[in-house]
Ligand binder design. Structure first.
Ligand SMILES: [Zn+2]
Length: 94
């Protein structure tokens, strides 16, 4: 998915994956977290590095049964597997 809710310092703002990538990069924001605008479940970031071959996007956690019923789950670019989204040679934090 392209849009998530960024929780930052008690504020909640909508943010696109591209905005998130340019603000925080692959390491993410300190003391921030992201949730899905549809189901409110946590989402993670993918393809946030500058070297990524595909556009950055947000993704539900695969092992979250609540997210499986969400309209955004595996919709659009979320259908990439994590392996496809990782740029070669980049360190992986799983
Ligand atoms: Zn969702």
């Amino acid at each position: 998915m392209d849009i998530a809710i960024l929780h930052e310092g008690g504020r909640k703002v909508r943010i696109t994956a591209k905005e998130y990538s340019s603000r925080f990069g692959a390491r993410g924001g300190r003391s921030t977290w992201l949730t899905c605008p549809e189901c409110g479940q946590p989402v993670v970031t993918r393809a946030m590095t500058k070297h990524s071959m595909i556009s950055p996007y947000f993704k539900h956690e695969n092992d979250n049964p609540v997210a499986w019923g969400c309209p955004n789950y595996r919709a659009g670019s979320e259908s990439y597997t994590w392996a496809e989204s990782l740029p070669l040679g980049e360190p992986v934090d799983l």
